[in-house]
Design a protein around this ligand. Structure first.
Ligand SMILES: Cc1cc2nc3c(=O)[nH]c(=O)nc-3n(C[C@H](O)[C@H](O)[C@H](O)COP(=O)(O)OP(=O)(O)OC[C@H]3O[C@@H](n4cnc5c(N)ncnc54)[C@H](O)[C@@H]3O)c2cc1C
Length: 370
């Protein structure tokens, strides 16, 4: 039973993209998450916004294939190093663009926030590469994707499982020219919490930020290091145990979107064509396979996904694997992450305290166990 919109809305953007009267605006709440706001004066009660919601109207999985699972990585060492897992996203994007197609994924904008963006030029793949651990704003990109698809252009979309579900629901039609990739998703963090974190670090380094790079692999893939480059040439570098933002995300579950703790899009098979992820635990059967440089988990959900994955065969190493093994090290593929017990405290204090001060108070005073 879903009570309030904050419990289920994922901000997939299907409702504001479909509204024929353009009367839905996405507005941030006190925690910094976007929710649809309806201008009642303009609304004609057509109900399309409710009918398109992929959470309120869960679709049946149409994929007939039992998921096929691979451990894989790009043979291009630079691509592999620059990517969050094994660089399979970049190889697929290269292929799609070489076919004259478009790729839609998440990039940082000039305010350091994240938004979905369409590219058709190889040079721009680097903007979409790498996981950004903050919720991406979908904006009106779904309408642009539909226009491209209706014009018979090839489009590859990458996003969280809820964003993919929002796109499918908005399109409401099968397109052979759409390649839908989602990933195993721990959850989407609050843009407000992320900006507070950046503000706190900026103050220390007394400089503007040039680039944020989560899960940088300089010291290996398993360390989850965050690297921030500043305009004054200095650099911040910290692993998952010392970087306060990653601790708040991975250990204390402080600022994920409320709907992530009751995610409707877990499990397999899925409606996406391919599901990407990190193949944690891959070395258990084969020591040589995990060189700490990043291994992608690729789950093939459809014949179309199989075809596209085969198309990049010459660019990658791949090894068939078992879904049970992949998921046993990556529970986020099937289970939601629960809200941390200090999540409310975090958001009560977010406006009055510096991020570092707030996180230190949570960690040091024993307010959170762990
Ligand atoms: C918020 C988040 C949580 C994740 N949680 C897990 C997890 O629990 N377990 C796991 O195995 N993998 C998780 N992943 C996926 C993993 O980090 C890699 O993105 C994935 O394996 C693809 O890696 P790659 O090397 O092929 O390509 P990369 O170059 O790393 O590709 C990243 C792709 O993800 C898209 N992307 C980046 N940030 C966002 C965002 N904020 N919102 C939507 N799309 C985005 C980019 O556009 C790009 O297409 C998560 C990713 C994100 C963004």
């Amino acid at each position: 039973m879903l009570n309030s919109i904050t419990e289920y809305c994922t901000a997939c953007g299907a409702c504001n993209n479909i509204c024929p009267n353009k009367c839905i605006t996405m507005i941030a709440d006190d925690e910094g998450f976007l929710y649809p706001n309806i201008d009642e004066d303009q609304c004609t009660n057509c109900n399309l916004c409710k009918q398109v919601c992929p959470v309120l109207n869960k679709s049946v999985c149409k994929n007939e294939l039992s998921p096929m699972v691979y451990a894989a990585w790009s043979l291009d060492n630079e691509v592999r190093f620059d990517s969050t897992s094994g660089g399979i996203f970049t190889e697929l994007a290269n292929y799609v663009i070489l076919q004259g197609g478009y790729v839609v994924g998440a990039r940082y904008n000039s305010s350091h926030l994240v938004e979905h963006y369409i590219i058709s030029d190889m040079e721009e793949i680097c903007l979409l590469r790498q996981s950004k651990y903050v919720q991406s704003e979908i904006g009106f990109v779904l309408k642009d994707i539909k226009e491209l698809l209706d014009n018979e252009e090839l489009v590859m979309f990458v996003g969280t499982p809820c964003e993919g579900a929002g796109l499918l629901s908005f399109l409401n039609k099968d397109y052979d020219n759409l390649l839908l990739c989602d990933f195993i998703c721990r959850g989407s963090n609050s843009p407000k919490a992320y900006l507070k974190y950046l503000d706190s670090i900026k103050k220390k380094y007394n400089s503007k930020i040039k680039k944020v790079w989560f899960k940088n692999k300089k010291d290996g893939w398993n360390k989850f290091c965050t690297k921030i480059e500043f305009e004054n040439g200095s650099e911040y570098y910290a692993d998952r145990y010392t970087d306060l933002y990653m601790r708040g995300y991975l250990k204390y579950n402080l600022y994920m979107r409320p709907s992530c703790s009751n995610c409707s899009f877990k499990g397999f098979p899925r409606n996406s064509d391919l599901t990407l992820g990190d193949f944690w635990g891959v070395k258990l059967n084969d020591e040589s396979i995990d060189t700490d440089r990043g291994t992608s988990l690729v789950i093939i959900n459809s014949q179309k996904g199989k075809k596209y994955f085969e198309n990049i065969d010459d660019q990658i190493f791949k090894q068939e694997n078992a879904i049970d093994k992949a998921i046993s090290f990556n529970q986020c593929g099937i289970d939601s992450v629960m809200k941390g017990n200090k999540r409310n405290y975090f958001f009560e204090k977010i406006d009055s305290m510096d991020f570092e001060e707030l996180m230190t108070s949570i960690i040091n005073t024993g307010l959170v166990k762990g």
